[in-house]
Design a protein. Structure first.
Length: 274
């Protein structure tokens, strides 16, 4: 992909001089977006050392697509949309189940076995095999969601396009994200973890070990644990207030499945439901 990357970066440098009807430029941009759409390339991927490498040039391709694309009427069945980016299609051929009311933009990827209840997946996002995107859940631009994940009803996975080097939200494999959770601003949930309903996890939210009170990180839930929303006191000039945090209340064995009854017992102890 080195040649394509070089062409995208060259287009980006000269973006202010591009014409919307530049056929060669537009074909190059579409070539890059097709890689995202088919899952052959990802906006972010593991660096093999526990971190993630952001492929900035693919974000630049998305930004160029918005610049070059023109508004048009999009008709799918009885529905009409007015947008710059077309919606995905041919779900059955891709092995993806899509319930009426769900939609995904071209340039996002859903692996075989993905189920989309009425929900939305934005451009640049990656959703791994056999993941459930439940009712009214949203997966923002460039967010990376692993395989065998359950995004419960109303979950909001934040997106990011700019700045191009910003790390998107990453949800690991085999995670359960509880109802109405918000995960945004480059936050990460490690493989196999459970995030209790209503939790807010951003890049600045403290993640705390319940058994010790130790702050483990900002915006990163460790792999294989159960974490719930909480608050911790902070003194201000106007008084004592509770600020949001996420509390790790249990550690799971790597590979341990999320037994529903066991999880409910753990979460009830802390006043949380999935």
């Amino acid at each position: 992909m080195v040649d394509l990357r070089n062409r995208i970066e060259t287009l980006w440098e000269g973006r202010h001089d591009l014409s919307v009807d530049d056929v060669e430029a537009n074909e190059t941009i579409r070539e890059a977006i097709d890689l995202l759409d088919n899952g052959e390339a990802r906006v972010a991927e593991t660096d093999g050392q526990g971190g993630f490498l952001v492929n900035e040039w693919l974000k630049l391709a998305i930004l160029l697509l918005f610049q070059q694309s023109q508004m048009s009427t999009i008709e799918m069945g009885p529905f009409e949309f007015a947008d710059k980016i077309p919606l995905k299609s041919d779900y059955q051929a891709r092995g993806v189940r899509v319930v009426p009311g769900a939609s995904a933009r071209w340039g996002s990827y859903q692996g075989p076995g993905v189920i989309m209840m009425p929900s939305y997946v934005n451009i640049g996002a990656y959703v791994g095999d056999n993941t459930m995107i439940d009712t009214w859940a949203t997966v923002g631009s460039c967010a990376q969601v692993g395989r065998d994940v359950h995004l419960s009803g109303g979950v909001g996975i934040g997106g990011v396009l700019e700045p191009p080097n910003a790390v998107p939200v990453v949800i690991g494999d085999e995670c359960l994200i509880g109802s109405r959770c918000i995960v945004a601003e480059g936050a990460r949930v490690g493989d196999g973890s459970v995030l209790g309903a209503g939790a807010v996890l951003t890049g600045s939210i403290p993640v705390i070990e319940a058994s010790t009170g130790e702050e483990l990180s900002r915006g990163e839930v460790p792999p294989w644990c159960v974490a719930v929303p909480a608050t911790r006191p902070r003194e201000f000039e106007g008084g004592l207030f509770g600020l949001s945090c996420v509390l790790v209340v249990r550690r799971l064995e790597p590979g341990e499945r999320h037994d529903k009854s066991t999880l409910n017992d753990v979460l009830r102890t802390h006043g949380v439901t999935t």
